[in-house]
Design a protein around this ligand. Sequence first.
Ligand code: TXA
Ligand code: MG
Length: 336
Amino acid sequence: MRASINTDIQEAARYLRKGEVIAIPTETVYGLAGNALDTQAVSRIFEVKNRPTFNPLIVHSYGLEGIRKFVSQLPQQIEDLADAFWPGPLTLLLPKREIIPDLVTAQNDRVAVRVPQHPLTLELLASLDFPLAAPSANPFGYISPTTAEHVMQQLGVKIPYILDGGPAQVGVESTIIGWEKDHTFKVYRLGGLSLEQIEEVVGPVAPRSAPSGSVKASGMLKSHYAPGADLFLGHIERLWEEKGGARTAVLNYRHQRPHIPFDQQYVLTPSGNMKEAAQRLFALMREIDKQDYDTILTEPVPNVGLGRAINDRLEKAQAQFKGSLYKEEASSEIVD
Ligand code: TXA
Ligand code: MG
């Protein structure tokens, strides 16, 4: 099988109604989608992605009205967040109803829900009478895809269809916020919606902590979001002195370094626009990863707003070492 890439929503819907798994665009990253209420389709998602079933999936719907059917509680503050940010790069962990299969939530009593901001996918979701479970459409252990071509390169032989919505506009995954038993909010993953914006609506959100128990949010394991070369995050000139060479790439935040060969340098955002930096991050990492570099040197971006999610992804890429990309031992940690 080789996936066809197209923009036909009806064709996408036909595959999904048959219980098949396809790739769909969202504003954050591409998703690997199947009927969230059909355990066979959900099993197929885990299989295609080579993802352990203890790592739960996000359920996507066309709107808050759709999501009401899947969650057992929807407090006012959640409605406020939904009004402010959906459709958009925000995922909420809410108490689930029985209709959501345990496989989707990895036996957790909360389900992750989100309304993605993409015209094709919103129309697709509205045309279906079931929600879509969708993790990022990358093989387990690799960075998320931000174009249809990225998906084709890694999963094209495993799925029949990729709905092409162009390059992802946000470029990093959604921010995940949990609604906790004591009715406070807690961040599980930094992402495309800044904490500052969320806190304007619901007040303080508790910081991420290394969770206990079996369910942990994506990005909690260090070896994540990683390209194949060794990646070092820090002061670029100093790192270059120590590790620079013909097979070393440099991923700069804004400016090229005068003492480093220009053709080995990449720039995230020449204008210092954090939105642009997030949009380009994964595509640039893939581009560098395709060349024959042994080492990538990079630097943190300003740690505010979207910059926090970018730094988080860079830190995770740093923790990953060449060769071990697909050799992770199954553990109680969750990765994807
Ligand atoms: O932007 C995104 O969120 C993209 C697009 C496709 O929507 N999706 C995405 O899914 O990044 P995924 O599966 O790659 O990462 C979502 C993470 C999971 O790894 C999991 O750890 C966490 O969300 N998660 C999902 N359901 C959960 C639950 N019930 N409880 C705790 N964490 C959960
Ligand atoms: Mg993922």
